[in-house]
Design a protein around this ligand. Structure first.
Ligand SMILES: [Zn+2]
Length: 113
């Protein structure tokens, strides 16, 4: 089995670590992005072919990083997403980066708070 797998839950497709979680309907799991989410049967979260939610940007980058992608390719991937301040903060935490490094990686403009 692959170490990391995608799972749709709570309106996004997240990535989880199969050594830490086994996916079951109505049971929460913590995705690579750090969010704790719950896959629901009635929304088709556990049905192949019914995954229409967008990828979680933080999970996508965290997975690429875990798979050993070089920084250049991580940046190309990160540029495909729209980053809110919340997502940038979460990404910085997951990657153990500063907000400046994350802003550079994602190409997001720094937001004054
Ligand atoms: Zn996620």
């Amino acid at each position: 089995m692959q170490r990391y797998l995608w799972q749709q839950a709570d309106g996004k497709r997240h990535v989880y670590d199969t050594t830490r979680h086994r996916i079951q309907a109505e049971h929460s799991f913590t995705a690579l992005c750090g969010e704790t989410v719950i896959p629901r049967t009635e929304r088709g979260d556990l049905t192949a072919g019914l995954w229409f939610d967008g990828e979680c940007p933080v999970c996508t980058i965290a997975l690429a990083k875990a798979l050993g992608w070089p920084v250049r390719e991580l940046a190309d991937l990160a540029h495909r997403f729209t980053w809110s301040p919340e997502l940038l903060a979460r990404l910085a935490e997951i990657l153990h980066c500063t907000s400046g490094e994350v802003a550079e990686l994602t190409g997001a403009r720094t937001v004054d708070t």
